[in-house]
Write a protein that binds this ligand. Structure first.
Ligand code: SF4
Ligand code: SF4
Length: 435
């Protein structure tokens, strides 16, 4: 065993770094922005409290217990604490590493291990399988089975499943499959060539948004390369403590985009973008891929970041109405992108962007948090929807598919009239939206 690991109370490789944990100066400035601290008022459920626990385990003062595991998974991973932190504590990285240690130290029951493997290893990284699931889901909705199950009482006590079904959009909003692989020619003057990272859920279920993303790029003078060998970004694996599986996916993506011809790799999903930008760190000890991973990570751009940096842009089509913009956590806190999407949306003729309180706090989606911790996620969502209801917007806009689905659930729960759109859809005159 690595001596560094032996000295730590963490049992596995890639343990949270004591130096990074020690960067916390215990000032408490992160506490007011932490949704789980706001809910519980319990120090252990705050960023500072979680860092204390990590440190105590790292220094072998306490064992890695189930209570620690619970705190690591009660955390949303929203990274609002990182933005608030004056000491630059890299909480997201420490959390992901801690979760991997929890998985190593406290093996899950067999049923849980099998279901995680079925979803995260046998489904999510396989585009064709995901598309078949998306088709099945669309049929499920078309036959009214979702609504029937939710009203039947059969899901009593099965809150996670109930929550997963409640999140499924109506059949007409499920668009299976995005733009095909290959090189898509530019439709305006320009000399840029970009790669496009299509994501998994986004491409399989919300494929219309991916097609419009490629359309926006082509209309901005970009040739768009979509390598077929790309796969899932691994964000869900990292959030679930499956670090080795995430690394394997990262290596495949680094290779897929290694042609050297693309100026940038564009992503329209905040969660994927944050994970892709973290590949340099994820693969830093990888002899073969470390250099390429760092170079790749440096080329990744969120679509809003990329478009707002272009010297000239086509005026978007009109979209009439009042809109609120919800900052996806992995865009605003994970990638520090706040003004770019707003600046682009301000250019949409007829669209009025209305600010609302706490637009940069989590909506409760947080990867699969809304399925694994449904009651806590709904409490967080309902608070957000109260603020949104006061604006009574025509559109709720966000730059991440998980947030879109969660906010659409919030709109349905509150009976609001708003349509929920991805930023790209709002810049393209509408799209299917979600309601
Ligand atoms: S990531 Fe979010 S939920 Fe977790 S400690 Fe930080 S602010 Fe709190
Ligand atoms: S804001 Fe940063 S330094 Fe202050 S307690 Fe929170 S994590 Fe520690």
């Amino acid at each position: 065993m690595d001596p560094a690991v032996e000295r730590s109370g963490f049992p596995g490789p890639d343990a949270p770094s004591p130096e990074k944990i020690g960067a916390c100066v215990h000032c408490g400035l992160c506490l007011p922005v932490c949704p789980t601290y706001s809910q519980t008022k319990n120090e252990a459920s705050s960023p500072r409290g979680r860092l204390y626990l990590m440190r105590a385990i790292s220094e072998e003062r306490i064992p890695l217990s189930a209570a620690f595991g619970n705190e690591m998974y009660l955390c949303l991973g929203c990274r609002a604490c990182e933005t608030a932190c004056p000491a630059g504590v890299e909480f997201g990285d420490l959390l992901e590493r801690s979760r991997a240690q929890v998985e190593e130290a406290l093996p899950r029951p067999l049923a849980s291990r099998l279901s995680r493997r079925a979803v995260l290893q046998s489904l999510v990284p396989h585009r064709r399988r995901l598309e078949w699931v998306a088709r099945g889901t669309r049929l499920f909705q078309r036959l009214g089975l979702g609504a029937w199950l939710l009203g039947s009482g059969l899901l009593e006590g099965r809150d996670g499943l109930r929550s997963a079904i409640a999140l499924i959009p109506p059949a007409e909003e499920i668009v299976v499959g995005g733009p095909g692989p290959g090189v898509h020619a530019r439709r305006a003057d320009g000399d840029r060539r970009v790669g496009f990272f299509r994501g998994c859920v986004m491409d399989a279920m919300l494929g219309g948004t991916n097609r419009r993303t490629v359309g926006l790029l082509r209309d901005s003078g970009c040739e768009v390369n979509i390598p077929d060998s790309q796969t899932c970004c691994g964000a869900l694996h990292l959030h679930s403590g499956m670090r080795e599986e995430a690394k394997a996916l990262a290596r495949r993506n680094v290779k897929a985009f290694a042609s050297g011809k693309d100026d940038a790799v564009i992503c329209n999903s905040a969660g994927c973008g944050a994970a892709l930008k973290g590949y340099g760190e994820l693969l830093e000890s990888d002899e073969e891929s470390a250099g390429e991973a760092k170079e790749f990570a440096g080329r990744v751009r969120d679509i809003s970041e990329y478009l707002s940096d272009l010297p000239t842009r086509r005026t978007p089509p009109a979209l009439r109405g009042k809109a609120v913009y919800q900052d996806a956590c992995h865009l605003v806190h994970g990638q520090r992108i706040r003004s770019a999407p707003r600046a682009l949306l301000d250019e949409v003729p007829g669209l009025t962007l209305v600010p609302f309180p706490e637009s940069d706090s989590c909506c409760g989606s947080a990867g699969i948090y809304n399925i694994s911790r449904p009651s806590s996620a709904l409490e967080i969502l309902d608070r957000k929807m109260e603020f949104i209801a006061e604006v009574d917007p025509d559109f709720v806009i966000a730059g991440n598919p998980g947030c879109q689905l969660q906010l659409a659930l919030g709109v349905r729960r509150r009976g609001l009239r708003a349509r929920v759109l991805h930023t790209v859809d709002a810049l393209s005159g509408g799209g299917e939206g979600a309601s």
